[in-house]
Design a protein around this ligand. Structure first.
Ligand code: HEC
Ligand code: HEC
Ligand code: HEC
Ligand code: HEC
Length: 367
């Protein structure tokens, strides 16, 4: 079985051990803690790092640690450092959006997973996981979590071949933890088969909450220009089994008719290794256009008048803050102590970007 394997580049072997604050090493956290660190730690390497990394802010500054051993809560809080933004957000039209919905713009990690025959620990196994289809997906699709709050997710196709039973599809999404311990979901698409295939193929869409890397916000239009959301994924297959490395891409479309991963294609030639068949590592190539589930996944259309007035109010308040900035700069240049006012100004500006009305309350003190 030697021709089956190929040594992967060492940088791809492990997410762990390269940092003192990757709490859980391994493939899962490549999308998670690794997505916080970005750069060399992301899959693929080179994705942006979270804005907080440069500020030396660590996992536990946002995630409370529970029970030592480096375990952290999934929940995170921003109020220790951005209380003015949380207060402004609570009054805004976006109070029902997670911070990450606007502040995460690109995702990495798996874009495809196919379980099929291969070698595990040098022994033949019918369920090897071929998941090293890594690439960026952007922008994140937004869905509502169990409580109706909008959050960004990463969506990708999964299949397991060699299944004997028949599984029926289920409509919509299923949350793995209905009570909310996690916000991860999946769509059960059912079983499929094709001539010459390996029994039935169970197919599902993985729909996972994402929260890093935080950075500058998306533009208003990236969410509101169309009720249909479209994410584009490109990937590079580089498992040491199955095939020589190849590239591909797909689109995730979320609209009022459902969620649909479409136009999945290889964009370079696939050269299987001698013992492998395409359906082992790429069953998706044989299954066709099956990757869809029902439901309304569109962004609600906002009232155009409300939309324009919110944009205009933000501009107006930021212009006023510019004038105050000039005055503060003059004072600062004269060596006057305006530190407290400068702090208030920063808070007012951060609040203004989220809810202009709440910034106005901070003005009196500044003028
Ligand atoms: C600036 C704040 C912040 C820092 C620092 C941070 N996170 Fe997060 N993280 C979040 C937020 C916000 C969520 C979403 C929480 C929720 O569901 O309420 C999250 C969610 C997660 C999740 C679950 C969702 C996902 O994206 O998979 C994991 C795992 C996670 N963080 C790991 C880490 C690790 C490991 C680190 C350190 C390397 C880290 N985080 C650092 C803010 C942060
Ligand atoms: C321990 C303090 C701390 C915590 C906790 C924290 N932040 Fe920050 N955050 C910062 C600092 C410091 C900056 C950089 C501000 C600057 O450069 O003036 C920052 C910057 C940001 C930015 C700026 C992005 C831009 O426009 O460049 C965003 C967005 C952000 N934080 C979101 C969050 C979210 C969401 C959470 C909670 C999940 C969070 N932060 C938790 C300290 C924190
Ligand atoms: C509807 C989209 C949206 C949501 C939701 C959102 N923000 Fe922002 N945020 C923005 C925009 C737009 C800006 C200004 C551009 C930028 O710096 O990213 C901004 C800027 C920031 C900044 C930088 C402020 C500065 O002074 O430069 C911080 C910090 C921040 N946001 C934190 C948060 C936190 C914390 C939450 C959740 C409580 C949140 N944001 C939710 C859109 C959003
Ligand atoms: C990350 C996606 C996203 C971004 C960026 C975003 N919005 Fe929204 N916006 C939403 C969602 C989702 C809702 C619906 C909220 C709900 O269901 O509670 C919404 C609601 C609204 C509403 C209220 C809808 C109504 O008519 O009652 C207005 C107005 C609005 N957004 C304007 C803006 C403006 C202006 C910006 C830029 C400053 C912006 N949005 C940025 C996703 C976004």
């Amino acid at each position: 079985m030697h021709a089956f394997t190929r040594t992967p580049p060492s940088a791809n072997c492990s997410g762990g051990g390269r940092s003192t604050f990757v709490c859980h090493a391994g493939t899962m956290e490549r999308r998670r803690g690794d997505s916080y660190l970005g750069k060399d730690f992301s899959e693929p390497p080179g994705l942006p790092e979270d804005v907080h990394v440069a500020k030396k802010i660590e996992c536990v500054d946002c995630h409370q640690s529970v029970g030592g051993m480096g375990h952290i809560e999934r929940k995170a809080t921003c109020q220790d450092c951005h209380i003015e933004v949380e207060e402004a957000m609570a009054k805004s039209v976006h109070k029902n959006l997670a911070c990450e919905a606007c502040h995460v713009k690109i995702l990495g990690g798996y874009e495809m997973t196919s379980w099929g025959p291969g070698m595990i620990e040098s022994k033949p196994n019918p369920f090897k996981k071929y998941s090293l289809y890594y690439g960026p997906q952007e922008p994140p699709i937004l869905i509502k979590d169990q409580t109706g709050r909008w959050m960004p997710v990463k969506i990708w196709p999964n299949t397991a071949g060699g299944i004997k039973e028949t599984v029926m599809p289920k409509p919509g999404l299923i949350f793995r933890w209905p009570k909310g311990e996690t916000h991860d979901a999946y769509a059960q698409l059912g079983t499929f088969n094709f001539p010459g295939g390996n029994n039935n193929y169970l197919a599902w869409l993985q729909v996972e909450q994402v929260a890093h890397p935080l950075g500058k916000s998306r533009t208003c239009g990236s969410c509101h220009d169309s009720p249909t959301q479209v994410a584009r994924a490109t990937w590079h297959y580089f498992d040491n089994q199955g095939a020589e490395p190849f590239d591909g891409s797909q689109k995730v479309v979320a609209d009022k008719n459902g969620l649909h991963v479409k136009d999945i294609m290889a964009t370079s030639k696939i050269v299987p290794m001698p013992e492998a068949k395409t359906e082992y590592f790429a069953a998706w190539l044989r299954l066709g256009d099956i990757w869809k589930t029902s439901g309304d996944f569109s962004i609600p259309k906002s009232d155009p008048a409300k939309y324009r007035s919110l944009e205009a109010d933000i501009r107006k308040v930021l212009a006023q803050l510019d004038i105050i900035d000039k005055k503060l700069k003059t004072s600062e240049a004269r060596g006057e102590d305006v530190k407290k006012l400068r702090r208030r100004w920063k808070e007012a500006r951060a609040a203004a970007m989220h809810e202009p009305g709440s910034a106005l309350r901070l003005f009196d003190e500044l003028r």
